[in-house]
Each structure stands twice: as structure tokens, then as C-alpha cells.
Design a protein around this ligand. Structure first.
Ligand SMILES: NC(=O)c1ccc[n+]([C@@H]2O[C@H](COP(=O)([O-])OP(=O)(O)OC[C@H]3O[C@@H](n4cnc5c(N)ncnc54)[C@H](OP(=O)(O)O)[C@@H]3O)[C@@H](O)[C@H]2O)c1
Length: 349
């Protein structure tokens, strides 16, 4: 049996330390993978640098991982030993075997998909948390509850008819990890998508499927989006940025348009007090709430097939910050300095 090694935080705000870690056997519907690439998410940097919430140390961080299946647990039906997969390391901080910053990781079968032949580890690994968070906000009944994404075959009269009656989704922040996946998933579900990002990322976000893209720093961004939504019906907003400024803009937009007055947002809304007279609801999305749901299973199966057929983009573009677990500290530094439309990745040989 091989040995495992993990990047540990032994105390709040301490640097990573690299120590042997248990190698856990997968339980029913779980896979054990040998890690080949890890992607970083803002939460990893917030926990590492700010000790964002209280934790019992030592902890292992990380949610996005790709690698080869080395063992399958009982009742696994979708994957075989030796296959290349990527998925969400979906454990809480007291389930360290299901965290990404280590050489062997336990994944759930329902939150994993195959890496298509010819696709690099670093491309596939950018997807998991962005996909899960976008899925929770767009498709879970308690949030926007939209129709699910499907793989389109051809276009024609039916497509044009759907075009006429379809609703619009606004994705606030379409160049990021959550936002880019939300743009793609809502488009694949048949909605028209409008989005915002920096002007330098307009082409990227259009390429993911957005019909129109707006600069969130423009002084007329609210008016411009409200104008674009006239004679249309909004199915709601997926806010992939969060915070007072984003919420203020999203609320102003919903006041001026017809349709569902709901904002699914990525950040906690405790600091936000919407006026109840305008009927606008705002709620935080939790990526992990798609665990054990039909919605989660559907989207991950869709994702595997869509990637296989070349009908889903791996966005944001990976930015490889180093090789080996020991590069994770540097990778956090790169993300902390700020990236735009890039996902910081570490590759393991
Ligand atoms: N609740 C959950 O389960 C959950 C899960 C995942 C992530 N999150 C949170 O969601 C947020 C986004 O995560 P991510 O991984 O998608 O981050 P990301 O890839 O870094 O994307 C963030 C995007 O926000 C845009 N942005 C930055 N400042 C903005 C502003 N003032 N107004 C409008 N847009 C702005 C940027 O667009 P440009 O580059 O075009 O400027 C950037 O692409 C983070 O706070 C993260 O912690 C929550």
C-alpha cells in the first residue's frame, strides 16, 4: 500500500507543514484517488491567511482535486480503478480524508466525473467547487429552481420557439470560477444569460454563453442592464461576487424588471437588510447543499458527458503556480495577490 502525505495547518494562520497522513479506505459510493492536480479557492486563502472561522487544528484544506482512481468503495457503479477523474473533495474540516491538499483523497462518486482523454489534469481541476456552487444557486428548489442543463442536439424550429419564450438569468461576476460555471450551466439549461465582468474579460464571458456582458464598474451598469431586460422576464440573479456593493446593484436591477425577484448569492447575507416592501429575496448558497440531491447527480453526469463531447468549457483558465504539495504556500500567495479569470492550480507528479 502506498503512503500518504498532506499539507497540514497545525495552528491558525501558520504556514503549511508537510507530514504523513492516514490513507483511508473508501466507503460505499466513494473513490480513493491519487492526486495529480489541486485547484485553490478563495475559502482556502481566507482560512489559511485569516483563520476565517474557528477550527480545531490540525486541519487539511482544499476542495478541488483531480487524479487517478486507485480504489473504489462498495456499490460504486460509475468509475473503475485506473480511470482519470476530478471532483469535489466534499468533507468538512473534521473529515480530513475528504480534503484536497494531500496525495490521496477520498471523493464521493456523485460529485465526480471522468477527465476526458487528452485533457490535462490542470484543466479539469478548475471545475468542481465552481460547478457545485453555481448548481446550488441555479437549480436547487430552495434557490432559483431553474430547469436543469441538457446536452443540445442540433438547432431548428423547436430551438427558435424556445428562444422566443425563454427567461433571462443575470449572473453577477461571470468571469470568476462560480460565475463562469453559472453562465455555462444556465445557458445549457436553455436560459438567456446576461452577465457582468471587467471589460478585459468580456470575450471570455461571451464565449461561455452570455448574450450580453456589462462592465460592473460602469456608472450606468444598473440602467444598462435594466434596459437590456425590458420586454423580458428575469428568472432571478446568481450573484457570484457577493458583498454590499454587488447586492445593492442586484436589488436596483430587480426593482426595474419583470420576473422573479430573487438573488442567490455566494456570501453570507447577515449584514444585508433588504427592504421587505420591494419583495426582493436574497439568500446565500452553499455548494455542499447539492450533496445527496438529484440535482447534484444530474449536473455531474451532464458535466462528464458534456466535457466528453467538447460541449463544456473548463473555465477559468488554470494558472499553474507550482509542482508538488510544497508549492501550496506559494499558490495561496498568488491567489491572495489577486487573479482575474484565472484559477490557481498546483500539479503533483
Ligand atoms: N457559498 C459557497 O458555497 C461558495 C462557494 C465557492 C465560492 N464562494 C465565494 O464566492 C466568491 C467568488 O468565488 P470564485 O471562486 O468564483 O472567485 P473568483 O474566481 O476569484 O471570481 C471572482 C470574480 O469576481 C469579480 N469581481 C471582483 N470584484 C468585483 C466587483 N467589485 N464587482 C463585480 N464583480 C467583481 C471578478 O471579475 P473580473 O475578474 O472580471 O473583474 C472575478 O472574476 C468568493 O467570495 C468565494 O469565497 C462561496
Amino acid at each position: 500500500m502506498p503512503s500518504n502525505k498532506a499539507a497540514y495547518l497545525l495552528a491558525a494562520k501558520s504556514p503549511f507543514e508537510f507530514h504523513p497522513a492516514p490513507l483511508t479506505q473508501p466507503k460505499p459510493h466513494q473513490l480513493l484517488i491519487r492526486t495529480r492536480a489541486i485547484a485553490l479557492n478563495p475559502i482556502d486563502a481566507k482560512v489559511h491567511r485569516l483563520a476565517f472561522f474557528p477550527l480545531t487544528y490540525p486541519v487539511i484544506l482544499g476542495q478541488d482535486v483531480a487524479g487517478e482512481v486507485v480504489e473504489i468503495g462498495p456499490d460504486v457503479s460509475r468509475f473503475k480503478v485506473g480511470e482519470r477523474v476530478f471532483g469535489l473533495a466534499a468533507g468538512s474540516y473534521d473529515e480530513p480524508e475528504q480534503k484536497a491538499f494531500q496525495e490521496f483523497v477520498v471523493l464521493r462518486e456523485d460529485l465526480a466525473a471522468r477527465v476526458p482523454e487528452g485533457m490535462s489534469w490542470e484543466r479539469a481541476v478548475v471545475l468542481p467547487l465552481g460547478v457545485c456552487t453555481a448548481t446550488a444557486g441555479l437549480f436547487l428548489e430552495q434557490h432559483l429552481g431553474l430547469k436543469l442543463p441538457v446536452i443540445e442536439v442540433g438547432t431548428g424550429r423547436r430551438e427558435r420557439e424556445r428562444e422566443r419564450e425563454r427567461e433571462t438569468v443575470l449572473v453577477w461576476g461571470g468571469a470568476g470560477s462560480v460565475g463562469g460555471n453559472a453562465v455555462q450551466l444556465a445557458t445549457k439549461a436553455g436560459y438567456e444569460v446576461l452577465s457582468t465582468c471587467s471589460p478585459g474579460n468580456f470575450e471570455i464571458v461571451r464565449g461561455l454563453g452570455a448574450r450580453e456582458v456589462f462592465d460592473y464598474l460602469s456608472p450606468t451598469v444598473v440602467q444598462d442592464i435594466v434596459s437590456a431586460l425590458q420586454r423580458k422576464r428575469i428568472a432571478g440573479i446568481l450573484d457570484a461576487v457577493g458583498g454590499a456593493e454587488a447586492w445593492k446593484f442586484c436589488v436596483e436591477i430587480l426593482k426595474g424588471v419583470e420576473g422573479r425577484k430573487y438573488i442567490a448569492t455566494v456570501l453570507p447575507t447577515s449584514s444585508f437588510a433588504p427592504s421587505h416592501d420591494d419583495g426582493i429575496e436574497i439568500e446565500q448558497v452553499q455548494a455542499l447543499s447539492i450533496k445527496d440531491t438529484d440535482v447534484g447527480k444530474h449536473v455531474w453526469e451532464f458535466l462528464g458527458k458534456a466535457l466528453e463531447e467538447g460541449k463544456y468549457e473548463t473555465a477559468p483558465e488554470p494558472l499553474v503556480a507550482g509542482r508538488g504539495l510544497e508549492s501550496l504556500g506559494k499558490a495561496v500567495d498568488v491567489m491572495w495577490e489577486g487573479v482575474s479569470a484565472r484559477k490557481v492550480v498546483v500539479v503533483l507528479d
